[in-house]
Design a protein around this ligand. Structure first.
Ligand code: ZN
Length: 287
């Protein structure tokens, strides 16, 4: 799933390629992807792109005052094409969900792999009409997100576990499963530690890790073409998705905890004082 750094890189890429361009046509192949009904996609046709913004993991394109907003979810992606096919795409098993074609023939496809349909597209007059955008917490890379802002968030989260707090879009915008693992590894904190149970030193480590992990990932990603971003994300991750590999800080084998539809990775030496965290799925099976 693309998270804040990849979405920011996509935003920057789209801003360069779309700003000033006119949208010629759109093709919606996955009808369930369009979540709004007041304005049709054709409201964008003939409009000029003024700017491309990011809100958490959402991208919002200002087309002559109407917004085209999308969220790629777990299996969605964006593909840029310098020359779009002139014939309409055929519906069917293709992963193509939405095609946006500019008047110079270039454009982008939003695709979604797999059977779960989570990719979401909105056409709205006001960004406040997109529920996931309205409820977003603060952006962790904004200047206003300082150590005190994090302290307020953690106090409010009470005994909730850090892993869940970092991933909650209503609390902090843009961090998902991968970067929450990376941040907690860099901060040397257990994913299950209660949010309000950090010492002053742990708090500063967490704050620095949020800024550094996301900032570093952005500097690796921004400026790259859309098609390079997935690979770049994987190379940059030090603990997420690396179960069984040695931790690059201490050499301990990276462990994981599995849940129904996801898993987290951590280093037992760096993060949990050598203790293995209970794997809930496994312990259930063993009972
Ligand atoms: Zn380690």
């Amino acid at each position: 799933m693309p998270e804040l750094p990849e979405v920011e890189a996509l935003r920057s890429f789209l801003d360069q390629h779309l700003t000033g361009a006119t949208i010629a046509r759109t093709e919606l192949l996955a009808f369930s992807a369009l979540k709004t009904f007041q304005l049709p996609l054709s409201a964008l046709h003939g409009g000029e792109v003024a700017e491309v913004k990011r809100f958490g993991k959402f991208i919002a394109i200002d087309v002559s005052g109407t917004w085209l907003v999308f969220h790629l979810a777990r299996a969605g992606w964006l593909t840029w094409k310098d020359a779009m096919p002139t014939k309409p795409a055929r519906p069917g098993r293709s992963p193509l969900s939405l095609r946006v074609v500019l008047d110079d023939g270039s454009g982008f496809d939003l695709t979604e792999m797999g059977t779960q349909r989570k990719l979401a597209v909105y056409v709205v007059g006001e960004l406040s009409e997109v529920p996931g955008v309205v409820t977003l917490g603060p952006d962790p890379l904004a200047d206003a997100f300082d150590s005190d802002a994090l302290a307020t968030i953690l106090a409010k989260a009470g005994r909730s576990q850090l892993k869940g707090v970092l991933r909650d879009q209503r609390v902090i915008a843009g961090i998902g499963n991968a970067y929450s693992d990376e941040i907690l590894h860099a901060a040397k904190l257990s994913p299950f530690k209660p949010a309000n149970g950090l010492s002053a030193e742990e708090h500063e480590r967490l704050f620095a890790a949020i800024k550094n992990e996301l900032g570093d990932a952005i500097s690796r990603s921004v400026g790259r073409a859309a098609k390079e971003l997935k690979g770049e994300k994987k190379i940059g991750l030090r603990v997420h998705g690396r179960t069984g590999e040695p931790c690059d800080v201490c050499g301990t084998t990276i462990a994981e905890v599995s849940f129904a539809d996801s898993s987290l990775q951590y280093c037992p030496t760096c993060q949990t004082g050598g203790k293995a965290l209970a794997d809930r799925r496994l312990s259930k099976l063993l009972k």
